[in-house]
Design a protein around this ligand. Sequence first.
Ligand code: ADP
Length: 308
Amino acid sequence: MGVIEIKDLVKKYDDNIAVDNINLSIEEGEIYGILGPNGAGKSTTISIVCSLLRPSSGEVKILGEDIKRNSLKIKKFLGLVPQSIAVYSDFTAYENVKFFGELYGLRGNKLKESIEKSLEFTGLLEVKNKKAKEFSGGMLRRLNIACAIIHNPKILIMDEPTVGIDPQSRNHIMQSVKELNKQGVTIVYTTHYMEEAEALCSKIAIIDKGKIIVEGSKEELKDMVSDKRTLNIGLDDIYKMNIEALRNIEGVLDINIDENNLIITSSKDVNNLDKIIKVVSEQNVKITDLGFKEITLETVFLSLTGKN
Ligand code: ADP
């Protein structure tokens, strides 16, 4: 049994179904990625798992305990890094982490040691006496993490922890996630950045419009689209291109536009390259780039949802 078990989870806001019958099992020791565009239902799912929001229906078990019955006991094992920064701006970094440590019942030497360890781990020990309001966006994100790991949780849930920060802090956070995982912490990591999920996660669920579209290891997800290939054609003026003419070519499954590139998903079994190039070159556009896209999570997502 997984350390987190989500069964038939539904959350409705009036007519809007934010979470639409999600089932997930997250095993101990994973870095589990929940990947999906904005509005997919990631935060809503996370908030329910952390008992911050009640589901409309369904069940969540953490370490075998139903969150409805045992939320206090579960909170000891769970750390949450919320998407919005949850620290006090007039407190120093030290005082913020201390506040959270006390909430979890840490006292005396144990508290002191845990504060130092959390601040050191997030690279904030040297600025521990600075007030949070003097921190950059990246430092605030790291302080958010320091507060979430003060009680040494077995499971750490991180909701889009790298949104809107500088690359250096982003790298720092991603390294910290790997390091915590090495120390035995199970991580649930939501993101809308494909590259992050690809670089970090051992398992991934792709969600869209409240539903899980696919779930598996990176290799399993990539295998799902191995019967397709994705051709990228760069054009000087994509809006002069009549895209409909391409849709009728045998083997063409889907066509998307990304800036000045036509992205054509095609069946691997049909050799239609000459036809595609012919149709494009008959139009009033110049080809500026041409190549196959490597199979990445992005191509998987594109091929399964039809959107970038
Ligand atoms: P994500 O985290 O993947 O960006 P969310 O879980 O925040 O997605 O949102 C999922 C859907 O639920 C969206 O359509 C969003 O507009 C809606 N939603 C989220 N919170 C509320 C709320 N408090 N009231 C009404 N609708 C909400």
